[in-house]
Every structure is written in structure tokens, then in C-alpha cells.
Design a protein around this ligand. Structure first.
Ligand code: ATP
Length: 443
């Protein structure tokens, strides 16, 4: 195992050991490509989603939030092209020795598979397309039930509600609709922990503009930069992110332009974190045709009617969680001992502050520590109280989950109402007045 693969293994094991992320249904042997989030993982994921919601939706006058259902009829996916051969389907090749299928567009999966057949040379079939949508049935009986799909992307839930938003909110163009939600894809080779899952979450914005080339260029550039700043704001070093424009034969046939923000992963180099796509009028036009509803917009100013163009920002929530963890994982030496810590931005750290009594068996210290804990909890959420083990062990536990500050109540506290505040990254401790604490931790 090389150093880079080792880092991924360390993250996976930290996530399990410290209650971030577990293999889905693990006690039953696990389900491939499915993961469950534990108490700290769900907080980290929630904080990333909140940050998206705030910047892309609630802080803006020109964007509405919404939440569409996961189950959608087959006609939605016929319209969007997901069920057709030309649509969002992956090419697969089949190994002629063992008949396992892998994605033809993932060279690493092919190399990995060939390595399994050490003694034989693998021959591959011609690539075939495979529909990634997960289907189920709804209805009272086997005979009358109807096929529905678990959505393969959250995008379509927005487009099918375009008319509802127009009729209820009367937005003025340009405007956007954003949502966060689960998506499901029957990925043939789920791999690399949260990177390629079968059930995952997406955060997206569809921004509708006038169908004019100059508007398209202006807004595409605007959202490209906006998404870049947002992603950097999660705490990445700039050199670990880059833009990549899709080549013409790589992007969907209807897309006028497409760029990815990529992260330099330790497991496979540069990989997609986020996409900015110029989808033009593809989705609304198709849904108009398939639903027989008029999905055009009437512009009061120019007294003209048109189907708007759509600039899409689309990011994976779980991929952001994984990349943030990879970026934050740090090993160093402190007090002559090796330690591991997550250098998370305080805004997204699962626990903001940990409060400890120096000694567990001194009731006066425990009482005071509980008082301080309750006081901070009134001001900010996600504060934790810990009196387990010695103080060094408690620091190590908090470092591993990325808690930015630890507050310790000791004998001096009982005399002068000061506590020590330890900084996660430097290990430095400062004495601070209790009454100044709440302000220190305000985001
Ligand atoms: P890829 O080429 O990696 O399969 P994609 O181009 O199909 O991804 P999109 O359809 O553009 O991805 O989805 C938008 C975002 O959703 C991606 O940028 C990614 O962050 C996330 N995403 C897509 N597929 C998965 C998956 N299987 N597991 C986790 N996140 C995913």
C-alpha cells in the first residue's frame, strides 16, 4: 500500500472509530456503495449543507429554495433523457473471463480488474450502455403497481416545478431555484469511500436567464467564480483545487459549456467535486413537450415569451464531506507524542467547543465545569462536556474530531473565574475570563 492509499484508509478508520461514517447496514455484511452517517458525520454534513443554503439561497434575493420528492414517474426521466441510450447512461465493458462488468470510461477500474486475473490476459467485450436509474414500484397490488424511479439527480425536481414557482412566486428573470437532496444511481463500480456511492446527496442551483448568448456568457462566468469561492470557503488550499473545462465530446449534446471544479485526491489525482453546466433550454423544452404544459416565461419588460436558459451549479454533498476530511487530516507531534487532528474550519467542525473539569473526582470542579458548559450552550450549539479519562486523552479525542477549542476548569477557576482555552492547531493554552468565553466562540 502506498502512502496515498494509506491516507484514505486512515480517514475511513477515523470515521468509523470516532462516529462520523459507517458502512451501510454493516452488521448484515454491509451494502456496497451505501454509507450511514453517525453523530459527528451528520453534523459535519449538515454544516456544509447549511453553508450552501445560506450562500446560494437564503442570502440572495434572486434565488428560491425548494425540496422536491425523491420518487418521480418514468415520464420525467424519459423527458430528461436518462432512460434513453443517448442520455445519462454509462458505457460498460464485460470481462470475458469472469463476466464482471466495469465502466469503460474509468481506466483505473479496468486496471484494477485486470490485476485480479494475474495469470490470464483479460479480453473485454465491446462497451454497452447501462441505465443507472434505480427503479421501484408504487401501488396497492402487484398487477396495478406502477414503475417509478428514485431520482438520479435532484435537477429534474426543480425543472418539473418551474411553472409552480412562476405561478406562486412571480419571479423576475434572471432568478434561480436551489435544492439539496438525495440522489440514487446504480453505479457499477462504487468505490473510494464516499466518492462514488449509490445513494448520495446533491446541492444544486438552477439559474434561469434570458435565452441570449451574452447573458449566457455573463452568468456562466458569474456562477463559475461564485462556486469556486464557495468551495474554497470550505477550507481548501487553493493549490488543491482547479478548474477543468469539459471537452466538446465529453459534455452532454445540449450543453453549451461545462466546467468542473476538481480536487487533487490522494486516491486518483484530480477528480470532480462540482460542476457548472450551461444547459440552455434543454430541460424546460423537453418537459414542455413531454408534459404538454407551457413552461415558457413571459417577460413584462420586453413583452416577449420565451423558454429560459439554465445555468446549473451542481455539487455532491458527500464528496464535499470526503474532500474536506482529506484536506483536514493532519498528523504532527505535540509534547513529544504523535497526534492526529482534523484541521476543520470552526464553522463546519461538528463540535465547536469541549468543556472539561480538570479532575473527574473533585465535585467542586465538576460543578463549576457544568455551569460553564451550560452557559456556553445557551450561546452556541454543539458544545460537548467530557470528564472521561485523563486530560491528555480528552484533548486527543477532540483533536481527532476537529473541535477547535477545549475549555478546562481547574482550581484557579474557583478562585478567579478564569479558565484555560486550548487551541486545536497549536496546542497553546490561554487563560480567559469565563464571562468573555461566549464572545470568543461566536462564529
Ligand atoms: P461522475 O463523472 O464522477 O460520475 P457526474 O458527472 O455523473 O459524476 P453529475 O451528474 O454532474 O456527476 O453530478 C453532480 C455532482 O454530484 C458531482 O459533481 C458529484 O459531486 C456528485 N456525484 C455524482 N455521482 C456521485 C456518486 N456516485 N457518489 C457521490 N457523489 C456523486
Amino acid at each position: 500500500m502506498n502512502q496515498k492509499e494509506e491516507l484514505m484508509n486512515k480517514i475511513v478508520s477515523l470515521c468509523k472509530r470516532r462516529g462520523f461514517i459507517f458502512q451501510g447496514s454493516e452488521i448484515y455484511g454491509g451494502l456496497s456503495g451505501i454509507f450511514d452517517y453517525g453523530p459527528y458525520g451528520v453534523e459535519l454534513r449538515h454544516n456544509i449543507k447549511q453553508y450552501f443554503w445560506k450562500k446560494f439561497i437564503s442570502d440572495r434575493e434572486d434565488v428560491y429554495g425548494m425540496s422536491a420528492a425523491i420518487l418521480m414517474p418514468a415520464s420525467v426521466w424519459d423527458a430528461s433523457g436518462h432512460t434513453s441510450e443517448a442520455g445519462l447512461v454509462d458505457p460498460l465493458v464485460e470481462c470475458k473471463i469472469c463476466h464482471e462488468r466495469v465502466r469503460a470510461d474509468q481506466p483505473e477500474a479496468i486496471v484494477e480488474h485486470e490485476a485480479k486475473h494475474k495469470k490470464e490476459k483479460v479480453e473485454w467485450s465491446e462497451p454497452k450502455v447501462f441505465n443507472l436509474l434505480v427503479e421501484t414500484k408504487l401501488g396497492a397490488s402487484e398487477e396495478t403497481s406502477k414503475k417509478v424511479y428514485l431520482r438520479g439527480e435532484v435537477t429534474q425536481g426543480v425543472h418539473v416545478n418551474f411553472k409552480n414557482i412562476l405561478d406562486s412566486m412571480h419571479p423576475k428573470i434572471p432568478f434561480g431555484i436551489g435544492q439539496i437532496g438525495k440522489a440514487f444511481r446504480n453505479e457499477i463500480t462504487p468505490r473510494d469511500f464516499l466518492f462514488r456511492q449509490r445513494e448520495f446527496e446533491q446541492m444544486e442551483l438552477q439559474f434561469y436567464i434570458k435565452p441570449e448568448e451574452s447573458e449566457g456568457k455573463k452568468w456562466f462566468e458569474y456562477w463559475k467564480q461564485f462556486a469556486w469561492e464557495w468551495y474554497l470557503g470550505l477550507g481548501f488550499k487553493e493549490e488543491n483545487l482547479r478548474f477543468r473545462q469539459h471537452a466538446e465530446d465529453e459534455r452532454a449534446h445540449y450543453a453549451k459549456d461545462a466546467w468542473d471544479i476538481e480536487y487533487n485526491t490522494p486516491f486518483a489525482g484530480w477528480k470532480e467535486a462540482w460542476g457548472i453546466h450551461h444547459r440552455a433550454d434543454w430541460d424546460l423544452k423537453r418537459h414542455s413537450e413531454y408534459s404538454n404544459e407551457d413552461l415558457s416565461y413571459f417577460d413584462e419588460e420586453s413583452k416577449s415569451k420565451f423558454i429560459p436558459w439554465d445555468i446549473e451549479c451542481s455539487g455532491g454533498v458527500d464528496r464535499a464531506v470526503l474532500f474536506v476530511l482529506l484536506e483536514a487530516y493532519t498528523e504532527d507531534e505535540m509534547g513529544g507524542e504523535k497526534r492526529v487532528y482534523l484541521k476543520l474550519k470552526p464553522e463546519i467542525a461538528p463540535v465547536k467547543v469541549a468543556v472539561f473539569p480538570l479532575l473527574k473526582n473533585k465535585p467542586e470542579l465538576v460543578k463549576k465545569a457544568r455551569e460553564v458548559y451550560e452557559m456556553i450552550r445557551k450561546e452556541i450549539s454543539m458544545v460537548t462536556f467530557d470528564d472521561n479519562g485523563n486530560i491528555g486523552k480528552r484533548y486527543r479525542r477532540q483533536d481527532e474530531i476537529g473541535t477547535p477549542f477545549c475549555v478546562t476548569i481547574d482550581f484557579q477557576t474557583l478562585e478567579d473565574e478564569t479558565v484555560t482555552v486550548r487551541d486545536r492547531d497549536t496546542g497553546e493554552q490561554k487563560r480567559i475570563q469565563i464571562k468573555e468565553l461566549a464572545q470568543l466562540f461566536q462564529p
